[in-house]
Design a protein around this ligand. Structure first.
Ligand code: F0G
Length: 352
């Protein structure tokens, strides 16, 4: 039977009625891949939840199907978001899919990856770049959506969280229980909130016996939750999580504390190392922010965090596709050699 998206699959767990007009791109149902090399390195069974295979190339589609469907049910004509890129791409695609919503996105000028900008533009969103960062953009979008008849589709919109929790359900449905640990990048903190909600609901309903420890990772130059203060000028190569004042800060701390997990920071160097390792050794190409979850577990392993956990399972969410950010890939990976169209020269280069 054809997969019909997260609303159809998890309808009974979602605030959907028979009246809700469903807008879907058949998102979700993403691969959960066992990572042999990482498992050997860390001494736990490491699984990668690869969200790059969603229709717009990131996890945002899970929440956007719900947020857009509910916006239409509630009579909205315009949706709006602030974004470091992926939310914008997803909102633009679902608005186009609905064939009736106008989509406006506000992005930090110069700090969104090329692929994401191309997506938002291709899907016909109105793209406004501001001379400011994501936090400035979100402040403006909140003010506009509070005062005008425009639906906010950032993760402050509870339907976004409801849709995104489906990723935790999918993991449990495959593993037939929750993993012992769940590692995830943290930016605006909606996704860690959504996963924790999903795991808690499955536990409450008796679908799983346990809940994971939630391990969140921010980029070191954009780590307000780790530092316990707003970061006025967040910086990181991982532009998706270049956020200094996360909207779901409180909920992220609750996920951390209720689960007995942690939220830590990883440097840009650690992120790039994990990014290259994933591409070269697991066959999965992610964008830099996504590699923060793997960088994080490698860091925790280095300080002996998992020493008691042999045999346990850990799932890392890989939030977005590597093709989103071609500039970072080309800057950080060996360039191609340029040769004459001469077979001898080429054979010599290959070493044959
Ligand atoms: N990874 C990627 C690829 C993202 O795009 C984001 C967030 C995150 C991780 C962090 O998730 O915000 O729920 O903690 N991107 C948002 C955007 C901010 O505008 O696309 P979070």
């Amino acid at each position: 039977m054809q997969w019909k998206g997260v609303i159809e699959r998890y309808r009974s767990y979602l605030p959907i009625s028979s009246e809700t007009p469903i807008v879907t791109l058949n998102e979700g149902n993403t691969p959960l891949l066992f990572a042999e090399g990482l498992s050997e390195k860390i001494g736990l069974k490491v699984y990668l939840k690869y969200e790059g295979t969603n229709p717009t190339g990131s996890f945002k589609d899970r929440g956007m199907t719900l947020a857009v469907s509910k916006a239409i049910e509630d009579g909205a004509k315009i949706i709006m978001c602030a974004s470091t890129g992926n939310t914008a791409a997803s909102a633009a695609a679902f608005a186009a899919r609905s064939r009736r919503l106008k989509c406006v996105v506000i992005i930090p000028d110069g700090y969104i990856a090329l692929g994401k900008l191309a997506q938002a533009m291709a899907h016909g969103a109105q793209v406004i770049a501001i001379k400011g960062n994501f936090d400035d953009a979100l402040r403006i979008v909140k003010e506009i959506t509070d005062n005008y008849s425009v639906a906010l589709v950032n993760s402050l919109n509870p339907y976004r969280i409801e849709g995104q929790k489906s990723a935790a359900f999918e993991i449990c449905d495959v593993l037939l229980n929750a993993p012992e640990f769940h590692a995830i990048p943290v930016g605006n903190a909606g996704n860690i909130t959504a996963y924790w909600k999903g795991y808690q609901e499955y536990k409450r309903l008796g679908k799983v016996r346990t809940k994971p420890k939630m391990l969140g990772f921010q980029a070191a130059g954009s780590a307000p939750i780790v530092q316990g203060q707003i970061i006025k000028k967040p910086e990181t190569i991982a532009t998706a999580i270049r956020i200094g004042n996360p909207a779901s800060w409180k909920q992220a701390k609750e996920a951390r504390d209720e689960s007995g997990g942690l939220i830590d920071a990883v440097t840009d160097d650690e992120i790039i190392q994990a990014y290259k390792l994933l591409a070269a050794e697991t066959g999965i190409f992610v964008e830099p922010a996504s590699a923060a979850s793997v960088a994080g577990i490698l860091k925790l392993h280095g300080r002996g965090y998992f020493d008691q956990g042999h045999g346990d399972k850990i799932v890392c969410t890989l939030t977005g596709h590597g093709l989103k950010d071609p500039d970072t890939a080309i800057k950080n990976i060996q360039q191609p050699v340029v040769l004459n169209p001469d077979i001898k020269e080429i054979l010599k280069e290959i070493g044959l």
